[in-house]
Design a protein around this ligand. Sequence first.
Ligand SMILES: *Cc1c(COP(=O)(O)O)cnc(C)c1O
Length: 468
Amino acid sequence: MYQHLHTDFGELDSLLEQVKEQAGNYLGDLHNRPVSTTFEVDDIPGLSEEGLGAAKALEQFNSRLEPLIVASSGPRYLGFVTGGSTPASIAGDWLATIYDQNTQAVKGEGDISAVIEQEAVKLLLALFDLPSDFFGGFVTGATMSNFTCLAVARQWYGRQLGKDYARDGIRDKVHVLTATPHSSSVKSLAMLGLGSRNILKVDTLGGNREAIDPDDLEKRILELEGAPFILISSAGTVNTVDFDNFEAIGKLRKKHNFWWHIDAAFGGFAACSPEYEHLLKGWEDADSITIDCHKWLNVPYENAFFLVRKEHNLLQAETFQNSNAPYLGDPMENFSYLNFLPENSRRLRALPVWFTLMAYGKKGYRHIVENSVEMTLLMGDFIVQNPKFDLLAPVRLNTVCFTLSGEENQENVRPFLTALNRSGKVFMTPTVYQGKKGIRAAFVNWMTSKEDVTIITEQMDRIAEEIL
Ligand SMILES: *Cc1c(COP(=O)(O)O)cnc(C)c1O
């Protein structure tokens, strides 16, 4: 055995002890660590001939790179939609690494990782109050979940025309209708050969809404004269967290032939609260649903899952069948995740999810979701009351979309945001909403408290004072 491997394995306890201590220090100090850095990294030392051994590698990491790592898992990182990690999910994630299972395995053949994955999916269905008509599995993020769902939609579309796209490729123009899709759905259409330019944009409801206009949707459907299509709908748009009207879409689906996909990457968590679950009314009738776990579930990256109705199992297996692992007849009989999603070998991504759901249950997630919304509303109130800022849309759930007051300040939005992010106290991301430059602050971290919102609004006030 190579010397360093031998030594490291012998000193594993002390290595893990050091890492554990470091983890405690990082997590314990998350509140104080800056959320941004204007970093400069020294030259890479290069690959050493002999290797350094794990202890020295850790030293190298700690001296060069660790100080530059920002608190994006902390309570005041409001950029994109960025969750943190619950304690139980960290435990599960560490163990996923330690046990290092490959979750492709066929159920019942000496490995239970696929069983754990299905258990975690069951827990998730219970959390979201969704029926057991859905088959689910884990992928790296909502982008890959959208990709997976839309890949099955593609196969479904082909079958409507009597074709097998998975085997024969696509030569047809595939109709995709949507109003305000997330960029990752558009990217998925590109990756799937469906063509991002083939989207037929449906109108949104007027005014401040990003949700689909069901009347215009019906009009577009009638224009297709009975041709099948794929509908991508939103449970939470990223700018203003608007939800399509799923009851109205469900009614249309009874009359027309389409695949209904919902991107509920973070908005799906509205289901955890009796106050907000109405936003999702009727979503259980969709063909496929995307939900992220590394956002509002607060498990470490990379973690998301897809749900596809069980009645589409065969289409899903046709889409993802791995040629080395043929399924015979019923794809569920010799079940393997290999035949149901893009990756073959996968880490045991279900374990952090399993841990956090077992640890905090329905009530814990209701609390996390309601706390995030409360913090969002607090910041929304600050914007409304402060003459230097304007809301670009009402606060609907967990995101504040705002700008600087006054047309003349449009050019100051970017400098303001840069200065705000450089403060290291809070991080937000830029956006454009209805032609206006704006800023988004998304709250999904379980730790965020009123004290954090005070720190955030004080910074905003101070920097606006300086810049305007
Ligand atoms: C974040 C997000 C995605 C993409 O998720 P990743 O985890 O970054 O791949 C897709 N859809 C919505 C609505 C999102 O918020």
